[in-house]
Design a protein around this ligand. Sequence first.
Ligand SMILES: Cc1cc2nc3c(=O)[nH]c(=O)nc-3n(C[C@H](O)[C@H](O)[C@H](O)COP(=O)(O)OP(=O)(O)OC[C@H]3O[C@@H](n4cnc5c(N)ncnc54)[C@H](O)[C@@H]3O)c2cc1C
Length: 407
Amino acid sequence: MRATPRYDVAVIGGGIVGIATAHALCERLRGSLVVLEAEAKLAAHQSGHNSGVIHSGLYYKPGSLKARNCVEGRDLMYRLCEEHGVPHERCGKLVVATQPAELPALDELERRGRANGLDGMRRLGPEQICELEPHVAGIAGLHVPQTGIVDYPRVIAVLAGLVRSAGGEFLLDARVERVRRAGGEIVIETHRGPVACRALVNCAGLRSDRVAELCGVQPGLQIVPFRGEYYELRPERRGLIRNLVYPVPDPSFPFLGVHFTRMIHGGVEAGPNAVLAWKREGYRHRDVSLRDLVAMATYGGFWRMAAKYWVTGMGEMYRSLSKRAFVAALRRLVPDLREDDIERGGAGVRAQAVEPSGLLVDDFRIVEAEGMVHVLNAPSPGATASISIGRTIADIAARRFGFGRDG
Ligand SMILES: Cc1cc2nc3c(=O)[nH]c(=O)nc-3n(C[C@H](O)[C@H](O)[C@H](O)COP(=O)(O)OP(=O)(O)OC[C@H]3O[C@@H](n4cnc5c(N)ncnc54)[C@H](O)[C@@H]3O)c2cc1C
């Protein structure tokens, strides 16, 4: 019988947060490391299905984990791209208010942006909006120069390469199914057999709550999957958008509202919306998981969330089913847009943590337990912030697990 492979640290989840964490741990640790990924390839879920934006740090409450890790992670992401030749562009973005009722929220964004150190941000009037984006109409705008676009799959390939060169290993097709403690070790049972480690980090994204439970940790929240669907501008209409154009978001909702994003390899995406998915990895309307449905239906937090957001949720669902309604939302930003200017694109599913009170957890949530760190909420700007989140976890690991190079 093959001996159980042993590592100092196991990272569960081969998305951008898990891989960036593995990279930071390799830089800090003296020991061995493995990344356990359920799928046959890395970044199969959120990290491989996002908008490709390097966020500036505009939206987040000053002092929050999101604000700190986004601002630091953004600069680290640009540096990594420059050092490793990853395609990216610091193209800036425009947030546009289209009605007077949105102006207080735009003021608040500007205040948060300044508090989060966004130098060079400019408040614009209707004519200045048109100079930057000739097809966009708005009564006021905010231009943020720090925002950019990037090829995240290339970022992930670079980070994974750095982990391998530092001696870290990846085990694919290795879904974690059980975790137990035995003789001072943690034994992780995967599809591909057991792996033993001294410490583990849970970066399982859409399943991070379940992995925490497998580890004997009560997460105190449940992941609810929200699908984000995209349309794409037809090639002959891409001239409608020069860079990134966003609406003023609803401050009570953690999603940014449908927007236009120029992609790093060409093309312009419109979206994503935010519709409840019936499966954690539910990329299509017809994807349904009985287990996930039962988990939602028996969770009080889900119903309390539904009671709070049902009007917004119904609107999102209607826009998901009706292209005309989706276009109407986009036409508030670009009045020239016609229904046949866009065609269906892809979709991603966000892992959004919901508390028992029904609150959508806004900030990143990282929970420590004996020999473990659990990343329980890392939605957008999680890709931008990933290198910084990884460093934060490596600091915790060096302090708690005591096998850091300097620990
Ligand atoms: C539609 C959409 C648009 C977004 N746009 C942006 C953007 O423009 N900019 C930005 O910064 N952020 C964006 N985000 C957010 C960003 O993509 C996420 O914050 C980030 O990808 C989270 O990474 P992760 O590694 O935590 O999760 P994931 O990428 O989901 O990785 C988790 C991994 O864990 C694995 N896993 C799960 N269960 C197990 C198990 N039991 N055993 C082993 N492995 C397991 C999964 O297979 C998966 O590969 C967007 C997200 C979505 C969905």
